[in-house]
Design a binder for this molecule. Structure first.
Ligand code: ZN
Length: 78
């Protein structure tokens, strides 16, 4: 998992779309997401624009720190 993240951080590799494959891996680095993942409508939810995302709901409700969610989205979209 760590090796894969290092690969993704290497310029040029991102353009091959590895980042998309690893949204789940990225989520693994945000353990506070874990309690809410089962509430997402889609099992492969990236918590970005999907409808019925429980992570966004939990962030809006204050259960997940806004700053943490923002940094997740930033990494997801890089
Ligand atoms: Zn979600």
């Amino acid at each position: 998992m760590v090796a894969r993240l290092l690969l993704i951080d290497t310029p040029g590799i991102r353009s091959f779309g590895l980042w998309d494959i690893d949204a789940q891996t990225l989520g693994g680095y945000f353990p506070e997401f874990a309690d809410h993942l089962s509430g997402c409508r889609y099992r492969d939810c990236t918590h970005d624009r999907e409808p019925g995302c429980a992570i966004r709901v939990a962030t809006d409700a204050g259960h997940i720190a806004r700053a943490r969610f923002d940094s997740y989205l930033r990494m997801l979209r890089e």
